[in-house]
Write a protein that binds this ligand. Structure first.
Ligand code: ASP
Ligand code: MG
Length: 443
């Protein structure tokens, strides 16, 4: 009898427990918060969502991340320019704030205190680990923009709490490209973000940044704010996530180069993952996976035309897709063969991949043929030459540079021929719906 009663009491407790809140995650990139007019526009959009439980993820304002990267480089070179570059960046931020806030607003001190963290780094000798130093400096862009946007929303009658993303997103120590520790991040979300979301009003946080277990700041890779929004969506089991961009949605190809490009109304998670994997610059590569895992729909839409529907990325698979094209410029093709004319074997491949990984080269194409192993990579810094130097005692490498990789999906032979009409083809590979073509534009 006692047992039954105990059970009943438990279930009553369960029933009266507050239902989980319906969180929505919105991400605004650098262009959406680039200046006072843009920030005002964000506030106007958000007034339509005043009653919702919104978690807002913002990037650094405009081109701030590029400016911060220059400060890191200048500090590393000790060329004396870092403090000047920092002054210019601070001035730009204070000017924008001057247009948004009265002069005695507390946000000025908050932003100043955040920039001081860069001054501390600049006062020291450059750190041996460039990537570590980079993350400590570059993360300030998001910290500052989130403070400014949050304070502005609050001022406009949309009370907004500020959440430090580093109290949620826990990563490993791979600075500049840190990997998320998912179980720990989910636990920290429950502890630090969920209670804020339960209160009325919005919560604003930073994209792009995280923290190691020892509380050192990390970043998730350039354009990582989309991914951050997906991390928060995953942890909060969000009802939906929206990326607000300066484009009406996802296009079948970059409309700047392909005038016939069409806006896609819908696409499946798989298609979005494939498109980003094959180089479409629509959203950060790692964004869709966590959303798919929890079946969270993603909308990509325009902050310039917020009434437009944009593109919905979900589990639903449309019947057909137009041909999708993504172009990756600045590719080097490496044609690798064995010095003694035998086949490229497993040991050779181990050397190839280890060298690629050590040099942190970005692989975009991979094909094995009987006599050659073909790869293409982004032709960055001096990495291709370093690669050749490191393998040349074992392998022969022929290099072609200045190539463009066309990644095409859902295209028939006629479309591909049309795409390649002014190009020479260096390598080609088809698998499933995808064709990859390494090409050079003929002059
Ligand atoms: N601010 C970072 C960048 O410019 C992250 C982002 O915008 O997504 O790469
Ligand atoms: Mg961005």
């Amino acid at each position: 009898m006692g047992m039954v009663l105990a059970k009943k009491r438990q279930s009553t407790v369960f029933q009266t427990k507050k239902p989980a809140i319906d969180v929505q995650v919105f991400k605004f990139g650098g262009a959406a918060v680039k200046d006072p007019a843009a920030i005002r526009n964000v506030a106007t959009i958000l007034k339509n969502y005043a009653s919702e439980s919104l978690l807002i993820v913002v990037s650094a304002m405009g081109k701030t991340t590029n400016a911060l990267e220059k400060i890191v480089a200048a500090h590393a070179q000790q060329n004396g320019e870092a403090p000047l570059l920092l002054e210019a960046l601070k001035t730009a931020h204070y000017q924008a704030m001057g247009e948004l806030f009265p002069a005695d607003h507390e946000v000025f001190d908050q932003v100043n205190d955040t920039f001081v963290e860069i001054e501390w780094v600049l006062d020291e000798e450059p750190h041996d680990n460039y990537d570590y130093m980079y993350d400590q400096i570059v993360s300030v862009g998001e910290l500052v923009s989130s403070k400014i946007v949050g304070a502005y929303l609050t001022q406009e009658g949309l009370p907004t709490q500020w959440l430090d993303a580093r109290d949620v997103v826990q990563t490993n120590e791979l600075y500049r490209e840190a990997w998320v520790n998912w179980p720990e991040t989910e636990a920290r979300f429950q502890k630090n973000a969920a209670p804020m979301l339960e209160k009325p009003g919005f919560v604003i946080t930073q994209g792009f940044i995280g923290s190691t277990i020892e509380n050192f700041t990390t970043t998730l890779g350039r354009d990582g704010s989309d991914y951050s929004a997906a991390i928060f969506s995953f942890c909060g089991k969000a009802q939906g996530m929206t990326i607000w961009k300066d484009a009406p949605g996802v296009f079948s190809a970059d409309p700047r180069f392909f005038p016939g490009a069409a806006l896609l109304e819908k696409m499946s998670y798989e298609e979005a993952i494939a498109m980003t994997y094959y180089g479409a610059k629509i959203i950060h590569l790692k964004t869709v996976g966590p959303l798919q895992d929890r079946n969270i729909p993603l909308r990509v839409k325009s902050f310039l035309e917020p009434s437009g529907e944009g593109t919905l990325i979900s589990a639903e698979n449309p019947d057909t897709y137009p041909a999708l094209v993504a172009v990756e410029a600045n590719q080097a093709l490496l044609k690798i063969s064995n010095l003694d004319y035998s086949f490229v074997n497993e040991q050779h491949l181990e050397l190839v991949f280890k060298t690629i990984s050590d040099l942190r080269m970005q692989l975009t194409f991979l094909q094995n043929t009987p006599m050659h192993f073909l790869i293409s990579v982004f032709d960055q810094e001096n990495k291709v030459n370093q690669f050749v130097e490191q393998v040349q005692s074992t392998l022969k490498v022929e290099v072609a540079t200045g190539l463009e990789l066309l990644n095409v999906r859902h295209a028939d032979a006629a479309m591909i021929a049309e795409l390649c009409k002014n190009r020479s083809i260096y390598a080609e590979l088809s698998a499933g719906a995808t064709t990859q073509l390494l090409t050079k534009l003929e002059l």
